[in-house]
Write a protein that binds this ligand. Structure first.
Ligand code: ARG
Length: 371
């Protein structure tokens, strides 16, 4: 092993991994940090990685690609895991793997390393994706092989001059990108306990929401959301704007016990204001324009698609084939949906489309027998 590419988040584990991997394998360490809308200062991580001994530190902005090639197809497929989780974390992993594999080839690295620890799901997704793209690369999971306790990690960090994050960090396990935020651990394991209000950062408590509802009219063209309240926006900006509006009205809090890949059920809390609004709207518009049988087929495929994404099977023939099917449905998904956001509630109050299959009101009134 002479050159290892490390997925670098800037956290304690991946910071420790830089000197640890270098010492353990005698290899050059090159880091890669991918910006997927984590909402953290990513640019500073370049300096930090170099200061910790990385020979090169790549920082990539993959937000556009994330939106266009991962979020949009998933939205159009209507894929929401177990009807609740919009898959933000699960969707990010294949893209991270793609960036890693690409840079590994460019840099001539023979291994890629990642900081996954207890969250088995993420490791499965990252490794399955990397293997699907390039089976020749060795995969190393340092945070699993070093067997250090938190205290031992802190001691290791001190001897290598690694800045240690504040104590407040580490209570919860949090993963954020522009499609949503996941919060686990820190006491949330007990599925009976109500989450503390301060875990939420994207959504306001219904108690503090405005007294007046917000109306959002979302226009779609061929399955792509293109306008909010008449303002045309690229999808990335639209997602960011919806996160702010829906979050301010408390929309997008999701508290679930989900079936993890390891076969256990685990409690997880999500905040996904934009994803909730967009899925609600897209689903409603599609329902308006497609026949009943197609609705049923689409419904089944949505569930399969969500399971595939959750299971790390993004780079698969099955996913690509469902994408082709979904794409064939989208040209009709043109029109608008009107939503009312109010104290945590996201309610559909109107929908229209030139392809609507509903009987026009005038025709029904003219011939009441026909209804
Ligand atoms: N359970 C979710 C998933 O498997 C989120 C995982 C990341 N969560 C976290 N708190 N770090 O996709």
């Amino acid at each position: 092993m002479h050159r290892i590419l490390l997925a670098y988040s800037g956290g304690l584990d991946t910071s420790i991994a830089i000197p640890w991997l270098r010492e353990r394998y005698g290899a050059e360490i090159i880091t890669v940090t991918v910006d997927l809308g984590q909402g953290r200062e990513i640019a500073a991580l370049h300096e930090r990685a170099l200061a910790l001994g990385a020979v090169r530190a790549h920082v990539l902005d993959a937000r556009e690609e994330f939106v266009r090639e991962y979020i949009l197809p998933t939205l159009q497929a209507g894929a929401v895991y177990e009807d609740r989780y919009p898959l933000a974390t699960a969707l990010a992993r294949p893209l991270m793997a793609r960036c890693l594999v690409e840079i590994a080839r460019m840099e001539g690295a023979d291994a890629i390393a990642h900081g996954c620890t207890g969250e088995h799901n993420d490791q499965v997704r990252l490794e399955a994706s990397a293997r699907a793209l390039d089976p020749s690369l060795t995969i190393i999971a340092p945070a699993q092989s070093w067997g250090m306790s938190r205290d031992e990690k802190l001691a290791f960090a001190r001897t290598r001059n690694i800045p240690v994050p504040e104590a407040s960090e580490g209570v919860y396990s949090i993963d954020t990108n522009l499609w949503g935020r996941a919060i686990a651990a820190g006491g949330l394991e007990d599925a009976w306990v109500e989450p503390a209000e301060d875990i939420y950062t994207l959504t306001r408590s219904p108690r503090e929401c405005p007294e007046e509802p917000a109306y959002v009219e979302l226009a779609f063209e061929a399955g792509v959301p293109v306008r909010a309240n008449g303002v045309e926006m690229p999808l990335l900006e639209l997602i960011e704007s919806l996160e702010i509006i829906a979050g301010a009205h408390g929309v997008g809090r999701i508290d679930v016990v989900e079936n993890r890949l390891a076969g256990i059920k685990a409690r997880e809390v999500y905040e996904a204001p934009a994803a909730v609004v967009l899925h609600t709207a897209h689903k409603e518009l599609e329902k308006l324009v497609i026949p009943r049988e197609l609705e049923r087929v689409k419904h089944d495929l949505s569930r399969i698609y969500a399971d595939l994404v959750y299971s790390g099977l993004w780079f698969s023939h099955t996913r690509e084939t469902i994408d082709a099917f979904v794409a064939a449905v989208q040209p009709r998904v043109t029109g608008a949906v009107r939503l009312k956001l109010y104290k945590g509630d996201c309610r559909i109050v109107g929908r229209k489309s030139p392809f609507a299959e509903v009987a026009p009101a005038a025709a029904a009134a003219a011939d009441p027998q026909a209804v």
